[in-house]
Design a protein around this ligand. Structure first.
Ligand code: DER
Length: 223
C-alpha cells in the first residue's frame, strides 16, 4: 500500500467516530483531506464542521459541508486530525501544515482527539521531525536563541523566499536537533516564553485514539 492509500484508509476509518447530528472538529493536512472527502459521503447525517484552517474550510465548503465558527459551539464530541509525529502515549508533533494554533484550539473544544496517520508518523521519542513553533515576528530571534541554548537550531519557515505568514498573521520557526523526553513539561516550558503563540507539541491536547495506517491495515491505538 502506498502512503496515499494508507492515508485514504485511515481517513475513511475515522468516520466511525462521527456521531449523527454532530458538528465535527476537522484538522488540517493531506491525511485530513482524505477524511474530509470521506465525510462528504455522509454529509447528510451531520450538522457541519468546525475547521482548523482556511485550507480545510475551503475544502469542506467546496464539498457542501457547513462550517461553523469555533465560537458557535460549546464543545465537540470528536476532533479528527493528523500528526507529523505521534509517540506511544498519544503525544504529537504537529504544525507541518502551519495550522498548529487553530488545530490546538479546536482540539481543546473536543471531548476526544482521534489522530489519523500513516505508520511513518509513529515514533518512540518526539523530535526528529523539525518542531514547528508559531511566533510573533518581533520575537523570532529571541526565541531562536532560547532553542539554541537547549541544543536546537531554529529557522524561520519560508514560502516563496519570504517568511510564511500563518492564518493568524504570525511566523513559524522550525526547530531541529531536539529530543523531547517529557512532552508535557516541554510544552508548558516553551508556552511561557514571551512571543510564542503555539508550540507544535500536543501533549496537553494529546490524542485519545490513533488510527494508524499500516501495511496490515488500520491499527487502533488507545492512550
Ligand atoms: O500541520 C499539521 O499539524 C498536520 O496535521 C500534519 O501534522 C499532518 O499532515 P499530513 O497528514 O499532510 O502529513
Amino acid at each position: 500500500l502506498t502512503q496515499d492509500e494508507l492515508k485514504t484508509l485511515v481517513g475513511q476509518a475515522a468516520l466511525q467516530y462521527v456521531v449523527p447530528g454532530d458538528i465535527v472538529g476537522v484538522g488540517t493536512g493531506s491525511t485530513v483531506n482524505k477524511f474530509i472527502d470521506a465525510l462528504a459521503s455522509i454529509k447528510s447525517t451531520i450538522k457541519g464542521a468546525v475547521s482548523s484552517s482556511v485550507a480545510s474550510t475551503e475544502r469542506l465548503q467546496a464539498l457542501g459541508i457547513p462550517v461553523f465558527d469555533a465560537n458557535e459551539v460549546q464543545s465537540l464530541s470528536v476532533y479528527i486530525d493528523g500528526a507529523d509525529e505521534i509517540d506511544g502515549n498519544g503525544n504529537m508533533i504537529k504544525g507541518g501544515g502551519a495550522a498548529l494554533t487553530r488545530e490546538k484550539i479546536v482540539a481543546a473544544l473536543a471531548q476526544r482527539f482521534v489522530c489519523i496517520a500513516d505508520e511513518s508518523k509513529r515514533v518512540e521519542v518526539l523530535g526528529k521531525f523539525p518542531l514547528p513553533v508559531e511566533v510573533i515576528p518581533m520575537a523570532t530571534q529571541h526565541i531562536a536563541r532560547r532553542f539554541e541554548a537547549m541544543g536546537g537550531v531554529a529557522k524561520v519557515r519560508l514560502k516563496d523566499g519570504k517568511p510564511l505568514v500563518t492564518d493568524n498573521g504570525q511566523h513559524i520557526l522550525d526547530v531541529t536537533g531536539l529530543s523531547i523526553q517529557n512532552p508535557l513539561e516541554f510544552e508548558s516550558q516553551v508556552n511561557q516564553w514571551p512571543g510564542v503563540v503555539t508550540v507544535g507539541v500536543f501533549a496537553h491536547q494529546k490524542a485519545a485514539v490513533c488510527l494508524l495506517g499500516t501495511a496490515h491495515g488500520v491499527q487502533t491505538l488507545i492512550y
